[in-house]
Design a protein around this ligand. Structure first.
Ligand code: TRP
Length: 334
């Protein structure tokens, strides 16, 4: 009987998850799931992703897979209502307000601007928020501290190992004498990393030029400008740049100059190298926190989980195209 119940719950999960796959987005906040006849509690997750780019898509996939895997053993049938924020603050706000009006059981927000929009919209509603891949949740104004977030919010952070990335850069391209920094000044996740990068470069007496963009359409011009002035480009964990990473990479390859990035997906899209976290693991950890919240732990009492396991990722094709030799210690892994 137990097995049958589990099987039934699993089927219900697949059906509910399947009904909410991207492309068939139901209206945000709408919940017309019938009550479960087998004792499992049916809950709705309002899942908002800032925009679609490879890394955020990977995180969402890992969250959905883990929720599906673990729902039945937590006595839950989980309905995921996925919405894409289209990188637009007012779209994000509308979606989150609909989640609140529809009384979702938890809002899961992928990337900093989505989490900030969710926090504002859910204020005073009592609806908990679990954020995913927020680089600096304290600087972004989401939590009081990592250990004790407070309020109704917690989540995972992809803190960036700035020094490790530049140590790798020194090893791969020791002749680089200046950097161009490309990022969107309205992304708090980028500002926090860029502040660390500038402090590092100033300490090392390495000159840099900043190339601010406000939309991904501006990445090409900014990249051309930086590449004409600097030996290399650094891109932080910036969603706007990540969504046009192929364009930046093409410009850099044409100029035969390296791009150091802050995410493995940006290297997969043509950047030269990074030291970064595994976003599938990050998504899985986020989902485990969602399950804790759904089974009764107040979000604000769950410490933020910062991923600290970093891996070196080098794009061998880009390295060959710009004439960078990959040290033997790394080449085996690539
Ligand atoms: N950390 C980013 C944020 O806080 C989101 C993010 C996750 C990201 N993976 C990425 C951004 C890869 C650029 C590239 O908003």
């Amino acid at each position: 009987m137990k097995k049958l119940i589990a099987l039934f719950a699993a089927i219900a999960m697949i059906l509910t998850l399947g009904a909410c796959s991207p492309g068939t987005n139901p209206p945000a906040g709408e919940d017309n799931t019938p009550p479960s006849p087998d004792g499992t509690r049916t809950v709705t997750v309002g899942l908002i992703q800032l925009m679609e780019h490879p890394s955020l898509d990977e995180i969402r996939g890992a969250i959905a897979a883990r929720l599906e895997e673990k729902a039945a053993e937590n006595g839950l049938a989980i309905r995921v209502n996925y919405q894409n924020g289209q990188g637009d603050p007012s779209t994000i706000n509308t979606i989150c307000q609909q989640f609140v009006a529809g009384k979702v059981d938890v809002i899961v927000a992928i990337a900093t601007p989505a989490a900030q929009g969710a926090a504002t919209a859910a204020q005073g509603s009592g609806i908990p928020i679990v954020f995913s891949a927020v680089t600096d949740p304290v600087d972004a104004g989401l939590v009081n501290s990592l250990e004790a977030p407070g309020g109704q919010i917690t989540g995972t952070s992809d803190a960036i190992p700035v020094e490790k990335i530049f140590a790798l850069a020194r090893e791969l391209t020791p002749d680089v004498k200046s950097y161009g920094l490309i990022y969107n000044t309205s992304e708090d996740n980028s500002l926090s990393v860029i502040a660390q990068v500038k402090a590092y470069l100033e300490e090392m007496e390495i000159p840099y030029t900043e190339g601010a963009v406000t939309t991904s359409a501006e990445v090409q011009t900014s990249a051309q400008n930086l590449l004409s002035k600097c030996d290399a480009v650094f891109a932080p964990i910036d969603n706007t740049v990540a969504s046009a990473m192929g364009v930046l990479a093409d410009e850099a390859i044409r100029a035969k100059k390296p791009v150091y990035a802050a995410a493995d997906s940006m290297v997969a899209d043509g950047g030269l190298a990074t030291v970064g976290v595994n976003y599938t693991n990050l998504g899985t950890q986020t989902a485990d926190m969602v399950l804790k919240v759904l089974t009764g732990t107040p979000a604000g009492e769950i410490p933020v989980e910062v991923l600290r396991d970093n891996a070196v990722v080098i794009n061998a094709e880009t390295a060959a195209a710009i004439g960078v030799e990959i040290p033997a210690a790394y080449s085996a892994a690539n």
